[in-house]
Every structure is written in C-alpha cells, then in structure tokens.
Design a protein around this ligand. Structure first.
Ligand code: GAR
Length: 208
C-alpha cells in the first residue's frame, strides 16, 4: 500500500481528482494519509476533511525564519510516513533537505507542457496568460518528479490540450485541468503505486 501525502495551497481540484480516483478504484494500492497546506483557509483542507482525510496546516507566517518553518514543515511531513509526496498546487519552495531525503518520491503537477511556460514565476493562471500572450495553439500539463530546480525533474506523464479561439486565461486553465491535470495526476500515482515507474539516467521509464 502506497502512503501518499498531498501538499496543497488553494482550491484543491487536483486533490479532489486524487481522492475521487482512490474512492472509485481508478487508483489502487494507495492510501491518502494526510493533506498539508501552507494556508489555513485553503478549500483543499475542507475537501480532505469531507472525505475523512487528515488535513494539517503549517504556515511560514507562524515562524520567525524560513529555516524554522522548513524544519517544522519537514517534521510534519515525516510524521505522516509518506511513500510518495504529491504537490497538487503547492506554492511553497520545497526545502532542499526534503528533496534529498525523498529523492524520486515527490511528484508535482504543472499546468504546461514542460519545458514551455515553466520555471520561476510560472504558476497558476500566469502560465495560461503567458501561453495566450505567445499565441501557442497547443498547451497541456505535466507530472514530473521534483528535483532541486524549478520544474526541472524527470517527466512522468504529459497531456496536450488545444487552445480555442477566444480563450481567456481562466477558460484555458479550466480546460487544461479538466482534460489533462485531473487525468494524468491520478494516472501517475496509480502507475507509481503499482511499481510501473522507474527513473534511469534522469529519465522516466514506464512499464505496462
Ligand atoms: C493547478 O492548475 C496546478 O497545475 C497549478 O496550480 C493549480 C492548483 O489548482 N500548479 C502550479 O502552477 C505549480 N507550478 P488546484 O488547487 O485546484 O488543484
């Protein structure tokens, strides 16, 4: 059984997709042991509670320094004994010590086809604003392992989504979530939970 801890900052629609997939059996061999948010008002925490999943908040605002926060944050994660940590719209930088400790056991969902529209400053709606400003015709989402860089780790799954005439950033964000993120994030967790994902030479191999 894969123990999964999900880290969230906001609405938690990706968390919901994971919960639904576990409940429906689309994800097997998996238990969500906790959800941690840096924001006590995150609706994601309510979603967790509604499904009997433990929700915790660790906010940088509660600590005098980033070091103190990082320490408490890592302690909270460690106590939940995760086999896999899922960043589902988590907007806090992961402490390097945690990346080292959980090498190839932290995954992130990013709302673009990496390496386009990713890296520092590209998160949430900003990604879709940038894609529309550039006039690209195809966008999408990526699930990848987290390494020390921003959105630079080994890519697990990607899914493309077409831009439509008249799209606003909000419309595009919603379509990328519906058609890509809510599908490939649960799919990646299921593959990992069933031992189908290996990282070799910095690249992911998936066995069926
Ligand atoms: C999602 O679109 C996710 O891909 C994005 O934040 C949103 C969170 O929505 N993550 C990033 O931009 C990370 N760089 P949600 O809280 O409804 O899942």
């Amino acid at each position: 059984m894969l123990n999964v801890v999900v880290l969230v900052s906001g609405g938690g629609t990706n968390l919901q997709a994971i919960i639904d997939a576990v409940e429906s059996g689309a994800i097997t061999n998996t238990k969500i042991t906790g959800v941690i948010s840096n924001n006590k008002n995150a609706y994601a925490l309510e979603r967790a509670e509604n499904h009997g999943v433990r929700g915790l908040c660790v906010s940088p605002k509660g600590y005098a320094s980033r070091e103190e926060f990082n320490e408490k944050f890592m302690e909270t994660v460690d106590e939940l004994k995760p086999d896999l940590i899922v960043l589902a719209g988590f907007l806090v930088v992961i402490p390097p010590a945690m990346i080292e400790k959980y090498r190839n056991r932290i995954i992130n969902i990013h709302p673009s086809l990496i390496p386009s529209f990713c890296g520092t400053g590209f998160y949430g709606l900003k990604v879709h604003e940038a894609a529309l400003a550039r006039g690209v015709k195809v966008v999408g989402a990526t699930v990848h392992f987290v390494d020390e860089g921003t959105d630079t780790g080994p890519i697990i799954l990607q899914k493309a989504v077409e831009v439509q005439q008249g799209d606003t950033p909000e419309m595009l964000q919603r379509r990328v979530m519906e058609q890509a993120e809510w599908k490939i994030l649960p799919q990646a967790i299921n593959l990992i939970a069933n031992g189908k994902v290996r990282v070799e030479n910095g690249k992911v191999n998936i066995t069926e």
